[in-house]
Design a protein around this ligand. Structure first.
Ligand code: TGC
Ligand code: FAD
Length: 402
């Protein structure tokens, strides 16, 4: 049972949004209401990614929304954030798909790619006709991607790639994989093999190439409406033209992560607002002790007030970072603060909201437990909560504690 979602705007933040921004949010909210809410519990239960929604999402301009040209919608970063907020109100898995397609596949092609790569891939990715994935994490290197062992070796007019990637969103449904690998042959001393990211480069790997295989990871209790896979690259040969020519070191994939982390900071607000709204409505209807609605009890009100305050603060943070990003002034540490805070806030909100629903809260009749399980992944991916703590700690103290 899903209560009608009225949005959340305690601080009248809509007064800070332009008409275009409100229109974009309305469009994304209607898309979620009409197309996602009716099917999402079943998708989650069945472990099914709703691929059938991709063409419509493409038509609505949700992929690569904040990029210009090549069939992209050319939205501002705030508009892009509002889309992510609405998608994650539906389900984190859908927002995940859009984050990867937009921030981790289209953004690197747009930013580091050749004209030919942009022309070949961006329009089809924007339309949702082609699907992309982003391979950075490896079985042995998650928080520390600089240690990656995937290698690319130049052989004539080709590169040969070998390695394994893990936990890759959309991996086994992707047409194209952005693979991060260390380039062999430039430094032969091996001294930087352990951890340096200097030799990291991005490659476009068509997933039908010989030696490439993707294997779906089953058994997740989180993001069940999203595909997660491992990738194996065994002597995969790609033309030299598949190197993303603008990539230069670990900084390049980290720049992509900024795009996705920024979107998550908005998305988490959507999940939190859905949990809060469900708890508020439920508390008004559910009666315990002397026929009183549980909303009349002080401890319930305290929880609702905590949630509403934290969601409002998270909205301010996301909007401010979005405005900074639109002005070209967002540092990656600003984005870390927003991702870290807003995902934590959403997970705490989901747990409190679940509590307010009592036993009903653990069922699929309400969206809270699904959001909560999803948010456990969101807390971990794109830099764990604690890694963002250390990024911010480094910024404050000047000391890297990784
Ligand atoms: P470090 O030496 O600190 O940095 C290397 C160079 O990069 C610069 N830099 C950044 N630049 C842009 N954006 C950022 N966010 C940046 N962070 C660092 C840095 O200034 C340096 O530049 P330069 O010029 O000095 O060379 O690198 P390190 O190896 O010590 O690692 C730093 C650390 C731990 C912060 C980083 O590796 C990290 O962020 N780790 C977390 C890994 C992560 O987030 N993985 C995400 C994988 S993708 C994913 O999860 C997708 S989920 C998608 C979904 O379904 O929604
Ligand atoms: P680890 O790095 O092993 O960390 C384990 C624990 O140790 C964490 O609590 C961490 O905070 C802590 N820790 C690690 N180092 C330190 C330290 N120095 N100090 C203190 N604590 C530390 N990756 C991709 O490349 N592409 C994707 O599309 C993608 N999609 C994903 C989808 C899902 C559903 C999930 C769950 C993950 C996905 N990931 C993806 C991987 C994700 O980015 C990693 O899981 C994440 O970066 C953490 O890496 P790890 O799981 O190896 O944990």
């Amino acid at each position: 049972m899903a209560f009608k979602f009225p949005g959340f705007d305690f601080l009248n933040l809509d007064s800070q949004l332009s008409e275009d921004e409100i229109l974009v949010r309305r469009t994304a909210r209607a898309f979620v209401e009409d197309n996602v809410i009716p099917i999402i519990e079943e998708c989650f239960r069945e472990g099914r990614f709703p691929r059938e929604l991709m063409p419509l999402m493409g038509e609505l301009g949700f992929f690569g929304a904040n990029l210009q040209g090549y069939g992209c919608a050319g939205m501002s970063n705030v508009e892009y954030g509002l889309v992510m907020q609405e998608l994650e109100r539906g389900d984190s898995g859908l927002r995940s798909f859009a984050s990867v397609q937009s921030g981790l596949v289209m953004y690197p092609i747009f930013t580091f790619g050749s004209d030919e790569q942009k022309r070949n891939w961006l329009p089809a990715l924007a339309a949702g006709e082609k699907i992309g994935c982003f391979g950075l994490t490896e079985p042995g290197f998650g928080s520390n991607p600089g240690g990656m062992t995937t290698r690319a070796r130049r052989a004539g007019d080709e590169y040969v790639l070998n390695g394994e990637k893990m936990w890759i969103t959309s991996g086994s449904i992707a047409d194209i994989a952005v693979i991060w690998a260390k380039l062999d042959g430039e430094h032969q001393d091996g001294a930087d093999d352990q951890n340096s990211g200097e030799r990291v480069r991005g490659f476009l790997v068509e997933t039908n190439r010989s030696g490439f295989s993707a294997h779906e990871i089953h058994g997740k209790w989180s993001l069940r409406a999203s595909v997660t896979s491992s990738l194996v690259l065994q002597d995969v040969r790609v033309p030299a033209a598949n190197l993303l020519p603008g990539t230069a070191g670990l900084k390049s994939p980290l720049m992509c992560l900024n795009q996705a982390r920024y979107g998550i900071s908005w998305g988490a607000i959507g999940a939190a607002a859905d949990c809060y709204n469900t708890a508020l409505q439920y508390a008004g209807a559910r009666k315990q002790f002397r026929g009183q609605p549980i909303a009349s009890h002080q401890l319930i009100q305290q929880k609702l007030v905590w949630m509403a305050t934290e969601i409002a603060k998270a909205q301010l943070l996301a909007l401010h970072v979005g405005r900074l990003k639109d002005a070209g002034k967002a540092a990656h540490q600003h984005i870390s603060m927003a991702k870290r805070n807003n995902v934590w806030m959403a997970l705490e909100t989901a747990r409190m909201a679940r509590d307010i629903l009592g036993a009903n809260g653990v069922t699929e009749d309400f969206p809270i437990m699904r959001h909560m399980m999803n948010l456990e992944s969101v807390k971990t991916y794109e830099g764990t909560h604690d890694i963002h703590t250390l990024i911010l700690g480094q910024q404050l103290t000047g000391i890297a504690a990784f």
